[in-house]
Design a binder for this molecule. Structure first.
Ligand code: ATP
Ligand code: MG
Length: 230
């Protein structure tokens, strides 16, 4: 697997932190890694975006790339339209990821929001990017109540498009999980149709880079190069 698309059930669920964990584990195994954020929204020019956060956590030697940046925190096509800027098309994203894949062992493509959020006004989405690249999608989910339905919808959308799922990772696992969270660990694989391949603890995103890199292998399963298991 050279290109892995990191998506999930929505926004603010830990995709960036999970992307950083996958990158850190791959780096520790000696692989070269690039992270591509096709459309960064809600961030002004020069501000710290998701790519900068992944490099802070996983290591500055990781190649970072962003294709467009739109200031308002909205879906990429809406944010582009309102800013009077050109939207990012799935074909451009696939081309950029393909170029990075020629020079790196692993390319992580982090979407904006969930799988079917629109990139452009023609209806292009991150799912189209995955299909163009024939790349699997890693699905990041929240831990608690409501996640089973969203994971089921995402899994169904992937299967309907013939896109492989690389598994489900809980993006922010609480130190004191409630009943729903604990039950979800058993139910997520059946709901999503894919195995659970990691749990990133709440607070991981606040760690120093060194501490994050030291702990990341204990959060991800062997499918992602780590040593985690339930
Ligand atoms: N495991 C975690 N530990 C600490 N903070 C976390 C964790 N997961 C998420 N967060 C925090 O929650 C916020 C949202 O997380 P993150 O940026 O990873 O979301 P996202 O799913 O990548 O959203 P977007 O669609 O905007 O890219 C951030 O402030 C992040 O630091
Ligand atoms: Mg993010």
């Amino acid at each position: 697997m050279t290109v892995l698309v990191v998506s999930g059930t929505g926004t603010e669920i830990g995709k960036t932190v999970v992307t950083a964990a996958v990158a850190a584990v791959a780096r520790a195994a000696g692989r070269t890694v690039a992270v591509l954020k096709p459309a960064q929204t809600g961030v002004a020019p020069g501000e710290h975006g998701d790519v900068a956060e992944v490099r802070r956590l996983a290591g500055e030697e990781i190649t970072g790339a962003e294709l467009a940046r739109f200031p308002e925190p909205l879906a990429p096509n809406t944010a582009a339209r309102r800013a009077g800027m050109r939207a990012v098309r799935p074909e451009e994203v696939a081309e950029a990821a393909g170029k990075l894949a020629a020079e790196h062992d692993l390319v992580l493509v982090e979407g904006a929001g969930g799988l079917l959020v629109r990139l452009d006004d023609e209806g292009g989405t991150l799912a189209d990017v995955a299909r163009l690249l024939d790349a699997p999608v890693l699905v990041v989910t929240p831990a608690g109540l409501g996640t089973l339905n969203m994971a089921a919808l995402t899994g169904e959308a992937l299967r309907a498009r013939g896109i492989a799922c690389a598994g489900v990772v809980v993006g922010s696992w609480p130190a004191e999980p409630d009943l729903a969270s604990r039950c979800n660990l058993a139910d997520l694989p059946e709901s999503s149709g894919s195995p659970l391949v990691g749990l990133v603890p709440q607070g991981a995103g606040q760690l120093s880079g060194a501490d994050f890199r030291a702990a990341a292998p204990s959060w991800l399963g062997p499918e992602l190069g780590g040593g985690w298991s339930l």
